[in-house]
Design a protein around this ligand. Structure first.
Ligand code: FUB
Length: 440
């Protein structure tokens, strides 16, 4: 039974990475020369479809990118009602993971089983197997025997031994057989982790002989990302620190994965960017992650700019900024009734500025910039590149008007290579900006 529809939508992403649907619980994996993300797919429950005000998921998509900027949606890979063991219409396809072994891709996912006798705790974990990361995935008939819980995570050690981690209040681990579908040991509850507060979403990785057990934990009121280290995948682990603090805007969950891609480490996580009023409709994000020389992890501050390089010739969403002036500029949804339309930047004071880093001007000499803007009274925007000093490359006159307009202006100076942009207002009139883009 092939469960795949090719959609191949491309999104040009900052944070959140995907803006045409909700996505959560990102499990990022490097397969070949690409990064694949296997997230949960949050949808909004409606009458007769899922439980109101709770998580609601009916399927999974997979996304890939070779540059961490352009993400391709490969479409649906697994659907609840096509998995033989999943209770029909239970809308509980929670956080998954995927791993490669011997040329096969093993996709692990939790859901509510039909069998409530052997899986008493509510959730079981099943597997779907494919020959390619984007599928088609064939679900196994039964869930994994002996695993009751959520948030599966698989780690294969250097000696080839595979381990399955999962959660359900605590964090559990067991060895997996070579076939990746059966447990090969007793289930062990990982000890020495914080005793109080929910722990879930385990994600294991190894670096320089240190095994990092990373997990969301409710130390205070909502989840933050923490880690513990040890010298064996089975532990014991010693609590080592916090990777990311609680969301300042109160999203109750966070769920993450950590990868190294082209010699840089990244943290993938989620936040309710596209659904500020309802934190069970989340969106995946990514930011750079750095280690200290002793192997400890530096705390990651969530950003809107995220990762990847933006091409100067793409529509640059400056509202996903790197830095922002604390006055004279603000960000809001273009349409608060349809958040999938994205955000806009509003300048309302002379000197208000926003900075957007890592824009690639390439080698070709770009000659003009187009700004999609709207200003009832009209105004002037200045665009500069910020190196050791700041160089103005364009002054864009935004005409008076009551509609969004695309204004094309010649550049005062051409640029090449990777640049950080500063966009600022030269007067106090309100100017709203959707995006900017450079042309040849
Ligand atoms: O997505 C549903 C649940 O929320 C996940 O399984 C948890 O890790 C939390 O992110």
């Amino acid at each position: 039974m092939a469960l795949i529809f090719i959609i191949n939508t491309i999104s040009f992403a900052q944070n959140p990475l995907i803006t045409d649907q909700f996505t959560a619980d990102p499990s990022a994996r490097v397969f070949g020369d690409k990064v694949y993300i296997f997230p949960s797919h949050d949808i909004l429950a409606t009458e007769g479809k899922g439980r109101k005000d709770w998580f609601c998921m009916e399927d999974y998509h997979v996304f890939s990118s070779d540059n961490l900027t352009d993400w391709k949606d490969h479409g649906m890979i697994v659907e609840q009602n096509k998995v033989p063991w999943v209770k029909p219409n239970s809308y509980s396809m929670w956080a998954p993971d995927c791993i490669q072994r011997n040329g096969k891709y093993y996709f692990y996912f939790p859901s509510i089983p039909k069998d409530t006798v052997n899986y008493k705790k509510g959730f079981a974990v099943g597997i779907a197997i494919a020959d390619k990361p984007e599928g088609p995935y064939i679900p196994e008939t039964n869930p994994i025997k002996g695993v009751s819980g959520i948030d599966p995570n698989v780690f294969i050690d250097k000696d080839g031994q595979a381990y399955l981690y999962w959660s359900g209040g605590n964090i559990f681990v067991a060895k997996l057989k070579e076939n990746m579908t059966e447990l090969d040991s007793e289930v062990k509850t990982l000890e020495n982790l914080p005793a109080k507060g929910l722990k879930e979403g385990p994600y294991m990785f190894e670096r320089n002989g240190i095994y990092y057990l990373t997990y969301p934990h409710v130390e205070n009121k909502i989840e933050r990302l923490e880690y513990a280290t040890g010298n064996n995948p089975l532990g014991p682990f010693k609590v080592a620190g916090v990777i990311m603090d609680e969301s300042p805007s109160g999203c109750w969950t966070n769920h993450h994965s950590i990868i190294e891609f082209k010699k840089q480490w990244y943290l993938f996580y989620h936040h309710n960017d596209l659904s500020p009023q309802f934190d069970k409709a989340r969106s995946i994000r990514a930011d750079y992650l750095h280690f200290n020389p002793d192997g400890s992890i530096q705390k990651v501050t969530p950003t809107l700019r995220g990762i990847g390089i933006t091409k100067a010739t793409d529509q640059i969403q400056i509202d996903r900024y790197s830095e922002i002036n604390d006055r004279g500029v603000s960000i809001s949804f273009l349409d608060s009734l349809n958040t999938f339309n994205g955000w806009k930047t509003t300048f309302n004071q002379s000197g208000g500025w926003i900075q957007y880093n890592n824009v690639d001007f390439g080698k070709k000499k770009l000659k003009s910039v187009t700004v999609k803007a709207f200003s009832e009274k009209g105004g002037v925007l200045q665009i500069a590149v910020k190196g050791k000093k700041q160089t103005v490359i364009a002054e864009v006159i935004i005409p008076k008007g009551i509609n969004w307009t695309e204004i094309k202006t010649p550049l005062l100076k051409t640029e090449s290579g990777i640049q950080n942009l500063i966009i600022s207002s030269k007067d106090d009139n309100q100017i709203e900006v959707d995006w900017i883009k450079f042309e040849q």
